[in-house]
Design a protein around this ligand. Structure first.
Ligand SMILES: Nc1ncnc2c1ncn2[C@@H]1O[C@H](COP(=O)(O)OP(=O)(O)OP(=O)(O)O)[C@@H](O)[C@H]1O
Ligand SMILES: [Mg+2]
Length: 407
């Protein structure tokens, strides 16, 4: 059955909303909007009234454009304090004999791994069972029906602080909308930008945003590792603004229109003419480049370190896929390729063919949310307790969630 679904990506610098109708196999794009965010500080709610107003504005725009009335949205979020960690759980069946591993054994192990890996003020956004080890020796991704005396699960969890999720959720409610599910934006973008084959062979999704950069490592079809780097496009803008004593807006414009990061260390030549206030000034390109050089080098070091730290980097066969506004900075992906010796490409929406109209990759997370919704419904395991069309439904889900977790 065809459904109308709205994906809302809450970035630290912009909101993006996509409205589509259809099924996972075929979606018809009804409308897409983007808006500079107000009321957030590095992705967390700072000024509730402004943020509520901002959410209301973008969703009203989508409503007006598509002549629909959205009631609930799927939300993707990104923030510094999204944490990733490994968790383990084990179950022993009997002292002497083997028995077949059942679905309830697997559910028990997954629940234990979630509980053991969870901190008190957190909510688990996503869990990725890595492998099940049978009798300390046989590692498998699907133990169902196999004989064993004991089974250990190694799981990987992505979590976020309750207060952060609660604030986002209540702002959306105050704007007059329900929240169907809350998803990490990297997971959502992964669904719309990366193919299943790339995920199997191994790929890194590098999202270079406004304040920070996230790296999600996929291999064998699942998330294996995650890294966050405290660097984003706004660090480059602030380098230009402070280094050249320019106002922020002009520095931002210079970054987008004139900054080129040469992959080799050859220095740019020539000069630019900029309009500042009522007068014109000339600026040598080399000065523009030098104002950001150090920050870019530090960023490249951080990306390289994240790769060196990860045991999964050497198993990646499809390289790095760059998304996020700062991946458009001229030359940055080439520089990453040279520094890391991984192949790097700019991400595109793989869903493009499903829509009649083309859609820019800046909507990657918002479109990915639609995929997430149809996939989750199909596999029927939406376990997110922040789901529900209204406050009452979400509260019931939340209480059910707590009950299941503790009793
Ligand atoms: N063409 C461009 N060239 C260089 N930088 C760009 C370009 N377009 C956007 N940016 C920069 O990208 C950054 C915004 O990236 P993006 O839109 O991915 O952020 P976001 O999704 O709001 O943030 P996040 O996901 O990190 O919370 C800003 O710093 C902006 O200046
Ligand atoms: Mg983003």
């Amino acid at each position: 059955m065809k459904e109308v679904v709205c994906g809302l990506d809450i970035g630290s610098s912009k909101l993006s909303a996509v409205l589509a109708k259809g099924t996972r196999e075929r979606m018809e794009l009804l409308g897409a909007e983007t808006l500079s965010v107000r009321g957030l500080e590095k992705g967390a709610v700072e000024d509730l009234a402004s943020f509520v107003d901002c959410i209301g504005t973008i969703l009203e725009k989508v409503n007006a454009k598509t002549k629909t009335k959205i009631k609930s949205v799927l939300v993707s979020i990104n923030r510094e304090r999204i944490a990733a960690r490994s968790s383990f759980a084990a179950v022993a069946f009997s002292e002497r004999t083997n028995r077949h591993v059942t679905a309830s054994d697997i559910n028990y192990l997954r629940r234990q791994a979630r509980l053991l890996g969870l901190r008190i003020d957190e909510f688990i956004l996503h869990e990725f069972p890595q492998d099940y080890v049978l009798d300390d020796s046989h590692s498998t991704a699907s133990p169902l029906g196999l004989l064993a005396r004991k089974v250990q699960l190694n799981s990987y969890l992505l979590s976020a602080p309750y207060s952060f999720l609660g604030n986002i959720s209540s702002a959306i409610n105050q704007a007059g909308y329900g929240v169907l599910a809350t998803v990490f934006s990297g997971i959502a973008s992964g669904l719309s930008v990366i193919t299943e084959e790339e995920k199997k062979k191994g790929v890194i999704l590098l999202d270079i945003g406004a304040y920070f950069t996230t790296m999600l490592f996929f291999k064998d079809g699942i998330v294996r590792d995650y890294s966050i780097i405290r660097f984003g496009g706004n660090d480059i803008t602030s380098g230009i603004a402070s280094g050249l004593e320019l106002p922020w807006e002009l520095a931002e414009e210079m970054k987008k229109s004139s900054l080129v990061l040469s992959p080799t260390d050859s220095l740019p030549s020539g000069s630019l003419v900029l309009r500042r206030g009522g007068s014109y000034m000339t600026l040598e390109r080399i000065k523009l480049y030098e104002s950001v050089k150090q920050k870019v080098e530090q960023f490249l070091d951080c990306v390289n370190e994240a790769l060196t730290r990860s045991t999964w980097a050497s198993k990646i066969e499809c390289g790095i896929v760059g998304i996020g506004g700062t991946a458009r900075l001229e030359g940055i992906l080439e520089k990453i390729e040279l520094r890391t010796a991984q192949s790097v490409r700019l991400g595109n929406l793989k869903t493009l063919s499903l829509f009649r109209d083309s859609l820019d990759v800046q909507y990657a997370a918002a479109v990915g949310l639609l995929y997430y919704w149809f996939e989750s419904k199909r596999s029927a395991h939406l376990k997110n307790c922040f789901i529900g069309r209204n406050y009452l439904e979400r509260s019931v889900n939340f209480i059910q969630h707590l009950f299941q977790e503790y009793f």
